[in-house]
Design a protein around this ligand. Structure first.
Ligand SMILES: *Cc1c(COP(=O)(O)O)cnc(C)c1O
Length: 349
């Protein structure tokens, strides 16, 4: 979801942005007017996540998956090994992509538990000689989330926060690089936020790294090496302002915790539904659940859709159901789903 207030504002100024008599889509990304959007979104990210000047903030094309390649290309230096925690589908795909450019060493295998929990730190393999340690903070498909920031020692910690960025405050100083596509918590598809510690920009790149994939070059050019996805950037800027108006990330975290707790509590109290994830690792963003009677799933989805609730089918990799309750999902949306789940279980039982 995108906050309704944000979409209303975008609608209202669609044809006439900033009193210019044209759409924001029609102006140059290099115009002084657009530069205000670019500067303010950087500043708002800094404020919301408390990001120090030791970090560069980039807004890039290519979605989260381009980062799967950019990270090894830019961060391997002369090292051959990179360490990966494999805790779900998105980290699996990142390992697969990285293996085209380096030797990804899987130091944490979550698949022993079918991605229902995360092994404890003492069971992790040695990563002390790796170029970086990579993990996915929230595995969107399996509905599991790290309840803590992994301690990576001196090894730069690289994190895919695509599906939980800005859902709570994190200590950015613990990370070497954080990235997130916009379309889950920051607006619409087409732009990806990258927060990178400045010293990492100096690492030797792989010689074939395309200029568009070069973090240092993008940083030097204020993320405008070529034409930026201006409308996605504009929407992202509006979402950041909306987040600030909500009271920032402390307020968002409280709201997100409340939403998730309500839904998990309901599932736990009704045998008709179940959630497979170990409690400590349950995602606050993606609540996966199954019906005790699988044959009712199709009917569940159909009736939910008729009641105005879309997108509840689980990811094609895992099936079942998944309620994605990102930042912009209001608490009433969760209440509505719980009401529906309750009456459905009564009707279908
Ligand atoms: C959605 C998602 C991606 C993929 O994002 P794209 O922008 O489609 O490449 C990667 N990682 C995680 C954790 C995601 O949730």
């Amino acid at each position: 979801m995108i906050p309704v207030e944000v979409m209303r504002q975008a609608q209202q100024e669609f044809l006439d942005w900033n009193g210019m008599g044209v759409s924001v889509m029609e102006i140059s990304h290099r115009s002084k007017e657009f530069k205000v959007i670019a500067e303010e979104s950087k500043q708002d990210c800094r404020e919301l996540l408390n990001i120090s000047d030791d970090y560069e903030i980039l807004f890039l094309h290519g979605g989260a998956r381009s980062q799967f390649a950019m990270i090894p290309m830019n961060l391997m230096g002369d090292n051959k090994k990179a360490a990966y925690m494999q805790t779900g589908i998105w980290s699996e795909l990142a390992v697969k992509e990285a293996s085209r450019y380096c030797q990804p060493d899987i130091v944490v295998h979550g698949d022993a538990t079918h991605y229902r929990s995360i092994p404890e730190p003492k069971a992790w393999g040695d990563f002390s000689n790796a170029a970086y340690l990579y993990y996915v903070d929230n595995e969107t498909v399996h509905g599991i989330e790290f309840p803590y920031v992994p301690d990576s020692g001196d090894v730069p910690l690289v994190c895919d926060m695509s599906s939980n960025i800005m859902s709570r405050l994190v200590d950015v100083s613990k990370f070497g690089l954080i990235f997130a596509c916009a379309q889950k918590n920051l607006g619409q598809a087409g732009i990806t936020l990258v927060i990178i510690r400045k010293d990492l920009l100096k690492r030797k790149k792989m010689p074939f790294t395309p200029s568009m994939f070069d973090y240092a070059l993008q940083a030097e050019n204020d993320s405008m090496l070529n034409t930026s996805p201006t409308y996605s950037w504009y929407m992202l800027g509006l979402v950041l302002k909306w987040l600030k108006k909500q009271g920032g990330l402390t307020a968002m975290a409280e709201r997100n915790n409340r939403k998730a707790k309500k839904l998990y509590d309901f599932i736990d109290q009704h045998d008709f539904y179940s959630n497979p994830v170990e409690k400590a690792f349950r995602s606050r963003m993606n609540v996966v659940f199954n019906l005790a009677d699988k044959t009712l799933e199709e009917r569940f989805l159909k009736e939910a859709k008729a009641a105005g609730m879309m997108g509840l089918e689980g990811h094609r990799y895992v099936g079942g159901m998944r309620a994605s309750i990102y930042n912009a999902m209001p608490e009433e949306g969760v209440d509505m789903l719980i009401d529906f789940m309750k009456t459905f279980s009564e009707r279908a039982a």
